[in-house]
Design a protein around this ligand. Structure first.
Ligand code: ADP
Length: 363
């Protein structure tokens, strides 16, 4: 059978374990040898005990766990050609030519580069006497399927990334909890949520928790946002509301591109309205806890589809990323999606917000 390795790389997210489980079980079901690579690319470069064969039961009782049981890491070595050469050797030695990479756009970019260099790396390993001519010939092609694990939902091409739904659950649980204490004391709460350049979490959290105001990076606040905010909060209080909830994305900005921090908002509310105002920064709680049913299903479907894609690949097949498109698992060209995602980040950096939203498309 074919050799497949699965690894998780970059920031973790809930639902990665479901994907790992599906890759292992679908792979074994189809007669492949499936390996875990622990600690992301670092394990691939270091080899040894970091690359271990998985069996059916090694992925039992993991679907309900947050994070990733095989570990994730950021790896400097893999950014260097020498590191990637070591990684290639470790894979060839075990007969692995199929990779399922679960990570963000950085991890997928690294995988694509690895594929482009693969044949050259093997030539060098042959010249160094590290691999045999038979191995050089047999393992001529590297096949890659990517899955996007990220709570931010910041990747182009997929409706949802693995972990986003669970992160939203964490946020609304926390917001609901805050609402009851805010009500008792007639307080205003400012909740800071994650998402770097993507306001998806903040926007959906605001909708689902009946927040009074939301700040997101894609729709920068007008320069006179303090006036607008105060007016809105006063309106709500004047009709008898006992509390206010404001959601701010960590990357929120104004029209000049200046960051809007929770502290800035608090100062405006306290100075102008003299409301008892508190800040809650949710932080890594959002990346923790058990995955939701949606993320378990998403990870499972994507993991299974990744193995199918690898089984059907031939020497002309380009790396793909498994995406969700209208509740269908689809295969899209990996580098096109990565490029589009990077173009969005660039447009945001250039303060071309409308362009960024258009480029991001549905997701
Ligand atoms: P994410 O995958 O969540 O975007 P990073 O950008 O930190 O996270 O990437 C994770 C890892 O992927 C890096 O630590 C590095 O090992 C590898 N990687 C990222 N970009 C590249 C690249 N351009 N070339 C080689 N490896 C890369």
């Amino acid at each position: 059978g074919k050799g497949i390795a699965v690894f998780t790389s970059g920031g973790d997210s809930q639902g990665m374990n479901a994907a790992v489980r599906a890759v292992v079980r679908m792979g074994i079901y189809l007669g492949c040898k499936v390996y875990f690579i622990r600690e992301g690319y670092q394990g691939m470069v270091d080899g040894g005990e970091y690359i271990i064969e998985a069996n059916w039961s090694s992925v039992s009782s993991i679907i309900h766990k947050g994070g990733t049981i095989i570990g994730s890491a950021r790896c400097k070595d893999f950014r260097e050609r020498e590191g990637r050469k070591k990684a290639a050797y470790n894979l060839v030695e075990r007969g692995i030519t199929n990779l399922v990479v679960i990570g963000g756009d950085g991890s997928l970019t690294g995988a694509d580069l690895f594929k482009q260099e693969w044949a050259d790396l093997l030539d060098e390993l042959l010249k160094d006497g590290k691999i045999t001519p038979e191995q050089r010939k047999k393992y001529n092609h590297l096949f890659i399927a990517g899955l996007v694990g990220s709570i931010d939902n910041d990747f182009c091409g997929t409706d949802m990334t693995i972990g986003t739904d669970s992160a939203l659950h964490r946020i609304i649980e926390a917001t609901d909890a805050i609402v009851s204490t805010a009500y008792s004391h007639q307080r205003t709460f400012i909740m800071e949520v994650m998402g770097r350049h993507c306001g998806y979490l903040a926007l959906v959290a605001a909708l689902t928790s009946e927040a009074d105001y939301v700040f997101i990076p894609e729709d920068p606040a007008a320069i006179d946002w303090p006036d607008k905010l105060c007016k809105k909060l006063m309106q709500e209080r004047n009709v008898g509301q006992r509390l206010n909830i404001i959601i701010v994305a960590e990357g929120a900005i104004d029209r000049n591109g200046h960051p809007i921090m929770a502290e800035d908002i608090k100062k405006v509310v306290v100075d102008n309205l003299h409301q008892d105002t508190r800040i809650t920064v949710l932080g890594h709680v959002q990346r923790g806890g058990n995955p939701s049913a949606f993320d378990r299903v998403l990870g499972s479907r994507m993991g299974a589809e990744a193995v199918m894609a690898l089984m059907e690949a031939d020497e002309n097949t380009e790396p793909c990323v498994i995406s969700l498109d209208g509740n269908q698992a689809v295969r899209l060209p990996l580098m096109e999606c990565v490029k589009q995602t990077k173009a969005v980040a660039q447009a945001m950096a250039d303060k071309e917000w409308e362009k960024a939203v258009q480029l991001r498309g549905k997701s």
